[in-house]
Ligand binder design. Structure first.
Ligand code: AMP
Ligand code: MG
Length: 659
């Protein structure tokens, strides 16, 4: 094409100039220094108490010690159904020489206050939970007595000792004892204890109210349709929930466009109404660094830290306005939640009256070299898998822009600012996040496919958990070789023979056939350049037209091998665009960022694309022979053969391999 692009408008040039004028971080400080400055300026003591009814106390924090106002049980209580007696009267009784005691004219059921004294030679019928009557000092079980109806009396076949089957007043809870200490977080057990003392309400620490705001012109509230270039506001949701987990009360204020006046007003209102404010986004250099600019004029002492030598999390901005902390988190979801846990959650916990969280760690080995930026402490999110000789920490590698990087990780390890890498084989301490992760029964590492989810689902129905880590076919083969997984799903063609996957077999590995997926030429339906053609003809048409843009795949993928075969050395426009998945190819074509690419049929269907079949691709599994006998591996193999699973795989547009 030779036509000159239109000259950009003045507004566009202004925006570019603004982006180029990047406000630099004035001073990047270490995480310790950032914490020192921030904590030096804020009150971390628990907020005052408020009274709540007991049924609203769950997960609240006790504001003051609770002293038991009454005894529990409130009286000496019978623990069995039987008869209240004087132990001395029962001495010497046995099957051969039973003792007889006259029955008093009263039955002590629960809730009945006894009136008749148990005198020597008498007994009173009593139920479990009944009040021990005056004069009695033991209870005999009904099973060890015989009723003599006409007297009436009972015959005892066993002697009793004083105190037998009696719970004394205050033996459970003694009036005046400290029942619960301040700072205790209420669970059901604590609530039960207070109810047993007759307490209907309790003083708990007021929860810090924390305003949550997001900023970004692209942000859309979940539940609404996503326009082109839109992104769902996930930070707002995860931060609000994380505030609750830390003992705070989130005040979600929603997402605001990058518009200074409106955002400033929202932040001022939030500062008035809440104990702290958390904003995410608008922090990257360039594009104006909006949030930082607003915070700098909200009040004193103002910004204490802007820029921390952390990865993820460098753009973090910590400020205090009056006596209220205001934190601007980076917009990238993993950076946002990571810095929240490092700098904000401890503050919320402290103000909520909770003790600092103790980090749970696990020792693990790093299987691959992890490069790191010098000068920043880097945190690497990892999945933990069981290796042949201990736990292995596999970097999830999705980057700080990913939501799932944090949400699906088992933990993280840290790399010193002075180290440029963590070498393969290094032992590292992994700080665990989330619930205590149970080691999965089966680890699958390699290329991901939506039909794999069907098999993993069938496995779950059989009671086995599986962890799938998408590292690509070759990554899976390497992990299998290092003993980090049980199975590696692969789909690579041997360019020399045109045969799929068999060439990846090595010593100690077995081949497990999976399914075939049809690869095809994908394009937007209605594109007259391709509609109605065969894949071959469509490809010819694409290559003949210089205005047509393709989208390629990453080197090392099976699809890339196929694409290169089709192109026979041609390098059409778009060849250098090499995303790593079928979904990314389909999204590029659907969104008009490219005109054609190669992807599998089910993905093309999901994105509503036209599909011209090219050739089937085989997706199989390599299995470590040494692990074949593990129950989870056996269950996986059974699930793969199962008729229902095969039908479900077929419904996704895949063709399961023959038996
Ligand atoms: P920013 O800090 O505003 O420059 O944002 C950096 C990146 O994070 C961009 O890709 C944003 O789309 C993304 N981002 C910012 N805020 C949010 C949010 N609330 N939820 C999800 N992604 C966000
Ligand atoms: Mg933004």
């Amino acid at each position: 094409m030779t036509s000159k692009p239109d000259r950009p408008s003045a507004a566009i040039l202004d925006a570019v100039r603004c982006a180029a004028r990047q406000e630099q971080f004035l001073e990047v400080v270490s995480a310790e220094e950032a914490r020192r400055r921030f904590e030096g300026c804020i009150d971390r003591s628990p907020l005052g108490g408020e009274t709540v009814p007991l049924n609203a106390a769950l997960s609240r924090v006790l504001a003051a010690d609770v002293i038991a106002p009454v005894d529990a049980p409130p009286f000496d209580r019978a623990n069995v159904d039987g008869f209240a007696v004087r132990a001395a009267d029962t001495a010497g009784s046995s099957d051969g020489a039973p003792k007889r005691l006259a029955l008093n004219a009263e039955v002590i059921a629960c809730g009945v206050a006894p009136v008749i004294e148990v005198r020597s030679g008498t007994a009173t019928a009593i139920a479990t939970g009944g009040v021990i009557p005056r004069g009695a000092d033991a209870v005999v079980m009904i099973e060890h007595t015989e009723l003599v109806e006409d007297v009436p009396a009972i015959e005892l076949r066993r002697a009793a000792v004083s105190g037998q089957f009696i719970s004394y007043a205050g033996s459970d809870i003694a009036r005046g004892e400290t029942l619960l200490r301040r700072g205790t977080r209420f669970g059901s057990r604590e609530i039960g204890m207070l109810a047993a003392c007759g307490l209907a309400d309790v003083s708990v620490v007021r929860r810090p109210r924390v305003a949550v705001l997001s900023t970004g012109d692209e942000l859309v509230e979940p539940g609404r349709p996503l326009p082109p270039a839109g992104v769902y506001d996930s930070n707002g949701a995860i931060l609000a929930a994380a505030i609750t987990e830390a003992g705070g009360e989130p005040v979600p204020l929603g997402a605001f466009p990058d518009q200074e006046v409106a955002l400033e007003l929202a932040m001022r209102t939030a500062l008035e109404a809440c104990d702290a404010v958390v904003l995410s986004g608008g922090t990257s250099k360039g594009a104006g660094d909006l949030s930082h600019r607003i915070v700098s004029r909200l009040g004193t002492p103002g910004i204490l830290v802007h820029g921390v030598a952390l990865k993820p999390g460098k753009p973090l901005c910590l400020a205090v306005i009056g006596d209220k902390p205001l934190i601007v988190l980076p917009g990238f979801p993993t950076s946002a939640i990571f810095t929240f846990h490092a700098f904000v959650a401890p503050l919320i916990r402290a103000r909520a009256g909770l003790a600092p969280e103790t980090a749970r760690t696990a020792a693990a080995r790093v299987p691959v070299r992890i490069a790191s930026e010098l000068g920043r402490e880097e945190f690497v999110l990892v999945s933990l898998v069981a290796g042949d000789d201990g736990a292995i920490a596999f970097p999830t590698g999705k980057g700080s822009g990913a939501v799932t990087a944090f949400s699906q990780a088992d933990g993280f390890l840290s790399i010193d600012p002075l180290a440029s890498a963590l070498d393969a084989g290094t032992k590292a301490d992994v700080t665990l996040i989330g619930e205590a992760a149970r080691a999965p029964d089966l680890v699958i590492m390699g290329s991901h496919d939506i039909a794999l989810d069907v098999v993993v689902g069938a496995l779950a129905e059989r009671g086995f958990s599986a962890r799938t880590i998408a590292v690509g076919s070759l990554g899976g083969v390497a992990a299998l070789g290092r003993g980090e997984c049980d199975l590696a799903p692969v789909h690579l063609v041997d360019p020399a023979t045109g045969i799929y996957n068999k060439h990846l077999l090595g010593p100690g590995l077995a081949f497990v056939p999976g399914w075939r997926r049809m690869q095809g030429f994908v394009y937007r339906p209605g594109d007259a350049r391709f509609d109605g053609l065969s894949a071959d003809a469509a490809l010819k048409a694409a290559l003949a037209d210089p205005a047509v843009l393709m989208v390629n795949r990453n080197a090392g993928s099976g699809t890339r091998v196929l694409v290169d075969g089709l192109l026979r050395g041609a390098r059409p426009a778009g060849y250098a665009n090499q995303p790593r998945s079928h979904n990314a190819v389909a999204a590029a074509v659907a969104q008009n960022r490219a005109d054609w690419g190669v992807a599998i049929a089910p993905v093309a269907r999901m994105y509503g694309l036209g599909f011209l079949p090219i050739a089937p691709e085989e997706y199989d599994f390599l299995l470590r022979e040494a692990r074949r006998d593990r129950p989870a591996v056996q269950a996986f193999l059974a699930a793969l053969r199962d008729e229902t699973t095969r039908r479900r795989i077929g419904a996704l547009g895949m063709e399961p391999a023959g038996e």
